[in-house]
Design a protein around this ligand. Sequence first.
Ligand code: NAI
Ligand code: 15L
Length: 276
Amino acid sequence: MVETIKSMNSSQKFDRLLLTGAGGGLGKVLRDGLKPYAKTLRLSDIVDMGSAEPGEEVMRCDLADKRAVDMLTQGTDAIVHLGGVSVERPFEEILEANIRGVFHIYEGARRNEVKRVVFASSNHVVGFHKQGEMLDSECPRRPDGYYGLSKSYGEDLSRFYFDRYGIETVCLRIGSCYPEPSDRRMLTTWLSYPDLIELIRCSLFALDVGHTIAYGVSANRDVWWDNGKAAHLGYVPKDSAEAFRAKIEALPALDPADPEAMYQGARFVKFGPFED
Ligand code: NAI
Ligand code: 15L
């Protein structure tokens, strides 16, 4: 086992770092991006991730399976938890992958003495705030659907596991993490891949994070999210959506009365109801 995170810096490596959701869009980016920070990177997903490369372990696992997640977390020093349903879906789907899934991750962390978790939360925890409203990490949450509610649950659950068991967590309310912004809202919410990797590096190695909530966003011109209360992470984004503004503003604009244009969660506020 490595030293505690309290005395680590990022020139050191974790013995074994677990990445869930490794087969997904961001997981594939972090499969390469996190390699410098772990002697062994344990990759997990419910989908095929290909074979393990040097310095990797591949473990296919359904997050809804408590025993499998307990085995998955054994022998790991820290967890980057990205796995789960990443869009709005009927409650029953969200329940299994996200709500039971995050509970199983924290139970695994507790039983196997994992010191720190970086939890991929989402801007959809605050999606029913109006666009243009400035939010910090202590603002009232206004989830915009079952998906946002599941991330809100993950934020509360991780607070409980810190208060009760001392497991540190950084919850990242990620904005829109893609190779480039693709609509007007993303000029504000975009997080570049290099900034994502840097934010996760900071979240893994900063000292004494306790339970921290931070927004995952690049250094865009227009800002809805204030990371002042997460300054101790030392995250300084380098990229900006400005380079894409002309291309995006050439696209047709939404009607300002459309809820998609009014709320921070955009199209997520319009999903549902889901009938049986
Ligand atoms: P993604 O949908 O591409 O990846 C999620 C991965 O989780 C998938 O590979 C999927 O197979 C896996 N998964 C789903 N159910 C599972 C289960 N029951 N057991 C094990 N694995 C399961 O999503 P993406 O974009 O890579 O996002 C990663 C994380 O970041 C997600 O938690 C998402 O909610 C969060 N996030 C992403 C944002 C983005 O802009 N990409 C924005 C905000 C949050
Ligand atoms: C998310 O939470 C989703 O996982 C992602 O697919 C995007 O839709 C993103 O938020 C966003 O709000 O742009």
